[in-house]
Write a protein that binds this ligand. Structure first.
Ligand code: TEU
Ligand code: CA
Length: 527
């Protein structure tokens, strides 16, 4: 076990930097703020921090529109602050994973400024420029945030492609010069000592070389975001992507133990291809199936079984409950099931990624329209795609702005932050925060949970039971996704309660214990 690499045995914690901790009173979280909270992260027990983008950016998409890949936006601090954060994190044994945004730059990036300056500029082909077709757009591709994926540039009369906002022009990854320049940017951070990257929309980097129209989606409903109008056959998940990811991975492999995580929204059977041939692709292609599937025992059992079946030999699984783009878990399943979800995430086989604030049970924080920031919400008003309610400030204590800032927080705090905050919950034995901390500690303490094998035992009556084993150690997780009490299958003699999600029982278990509604249990079976 000692030789198991850190990203397999560790827990990743995502920080949305604007919302974690403000250190200078401007109402926006920053790097020094994160550094001030390292003690908390060590106390919680996580192993690696993934920080959403902190590079210079006009913030059209809050950092996912990068104008300089080799610096820190003054809003978040400086390179010196970053180095200090990295140094202090490493001093505590914490890894730092940066967000790399290669699909597009900001329109303010000097490369795009050059590229758009004329049809013959040497950087013209660094982006994706096309002539219109029949007096209209080059093809029918839609932006992920709604509206056409093409914008006409009057200087040359050509259109440029943007899979997201028009302020986020897509780079042309078929151009070797783009690869070189972007790989150099990766090396800049690797040389500084970062422990890896979460690569934004990695499955979108390569597009159809002929720019063919996408076919219509027969299941499209007008209540859905416009991106669902067509099937993403030609603008995403192209075969050539795997060679590119292989090159990216080879670059990381020139350093010690760096991790490559890919953000990929694809069904499991397509997702697993991103491990690459002979596992030479992403170490961890993000598995979002717990975000999109129904919340019940049989669907989750099927998902786990399907994923385990599809994983390539040696491919290491991973699980995610939420991120800055998705409704928080507590909002999706409610506060009682959020505790069951915590136990699921932290006892499944594979690296768990937590989203900041989920450990205090943060749910949806209503953001009045006049305070809304998310450009997606502005692009597709009325569709409920605004991501602000999942990006609100971390709540640390009962002081006036929850300890997040001395100024005006950029997004509102939850109305009940006086009850839901780290300082209050850390001292309460049965709080969700205490539950997360116990689960994290257990995962560290038990090789069966950390790196053991898994097997689904049953999924009847909305109760999922699965086993984790390592050597002679055998643990069982039983999760009740419903509200009714259920008897567990017979455990044999000598079983012990390790932890209930209600945090009110331990010690010897009966042979047929009752699992209460909304309860999760970890049991240790006799050897
Ligand atoms: O998100 C990619 C992305 O495709 C999501 O917006 C997705 O469409 C949606 O959430 C699925 O439900 C990444 C970043 O995580 C996001 O914050 C950025 O806005 C986007 O890329 C552009 O860089
Ligand atoms: Ca600040």
């Amino acid at each position: 076990m000692a030789d198991t690499v850190w990203w397999k045995k560790g827990i990743v914690y995502q920080i949305y930097p604007r919302s974690f901790q403000d250190s200078n009173g401007d109402g926006i979280g920053d790097l020094n703020g994160i550094r001030q909270r390292l003690d908390y992260l060590t106390w919680l027990g996580i192993d690696a921090i993934w920080i959403s983008p902190v590079y210079p950016s006009p913030m059209a998409d809050f950092g996912y529109d990068v104008s300089d890949y080799r610096a820190i936006d003054p809003l978040f601090g400086s390179l010196t602050d970053f180095d200090q954060l990295l140094h202090e994190a490493h001093g505590r044994g914490l890894k730092i994973i940066l967000d790399f945004v290669p699909n597009h730059t900001s329109e303010q990036h000097p490369w795009f400024q050059e590229s758009r300056s004329s049809g013959t500029n040497s950087k013209r082909d660094w982006y994706i420029w096309r002539d219109g077709r029949d007096g209209g757009l080059p093809n029918n591709w839609v932006s992920q945030f709604g509206g056409p994926a093409w914008t006409l540039d009057p200087t040359s009369g050509q259109y440029y492609l943007h899979s997201f906002l028009r302020e986020q022009p897509d780079l042309n990854w078929r151009n070797p010069a783009v690869r070189d320049a972007m790989f150099k940017n990766l090396r800049f951070w690797l040389d500084r000592g970062v422990d890896g990257f979460r690569v934004d929309v990695i499955w979108l980097l390569i597009k159809d070389s002929q720019f063919r129209d996408n076919p219509p989606n027969p299941a499209y409903q007008p209540t859905q975001p416009a991106i669902n109008r067509y099937l993403s056959v030609h603008n995403a998940d192209q075969p050539e992507i795997h060679e590119l990811i292989g090159d990216m991975r080879a670059l990381l492999d020139r350093y010690d133990d760096r991790v490559l995580i890919g953000e990929i929204y694809l069904p499991l059977e397509r997702l697993v291809a991103y491990y690459g041939k002979d596992l030479a692709g992403a170490h961890l292609p993000f598995n979002f199936s717990l975000i999109h599937g129904a919340w019940n025992a049989s669907v989750i059992a099927e998902t786990v079984a399907e994923y385990e079946r599809l994983l390539p030999p040696g491919g290491w699984p991973n699980w995610v409950l939420g991120n800055h783009d998705q409704p928080r878990i507590a909002a999706r399943v409610g506060p009682a099931q959020a505790r069951v979800a915590a136990m699921l995430l932290l006892t499944l086989r594979g690296t768990p990624t937590m989203y900041y604030g989920d450990e205090i049970g943060l749910a949806r924080v209503d953001v009045p329209p006049e305070l809304a920031h998310d450009p997606w919400e502005k692009n597709e008003p009325g569709l409920g795609v605004g991501r602000d309610p999942w990006r609100t400030p971390m709540q640390w204590d009962t002081s006036p702005r929850a300890g997040f800032t001395s100024g005006q927080p950029w997004l509102p705090l939850e109305a009940d932050y006086c009850d839901r905050n780290v300082a209050s919950l850390e001292h309460s034995d049965r709080s969700i925060l205490s539950l997360y901390r116990r689960l994290i500690a257990l995962r560290k303490q038990h090789p069966a949970l950390k790196i053991g094998d898994t097997r689904i035992v049953s999924h009847e009556h909305n109760v999922l039971v699965f086993e984790r084993t390592h050597g002679t150690e055998k643990l069982l997780t039983a999760l009740n996704f419903g509200q009714d009490d259920r008897a567990l299958p017979s455990l044999g003699s000598g079983a012990c309660f390790v932890l209930s999600s209600h945090m009110d029982r331990d010690g010897a278990a009966d042979t047929n214990p009752i699992l209460r509604g909304d309860e999760g249990l970890i049991l240790q079976l006799a050897e």
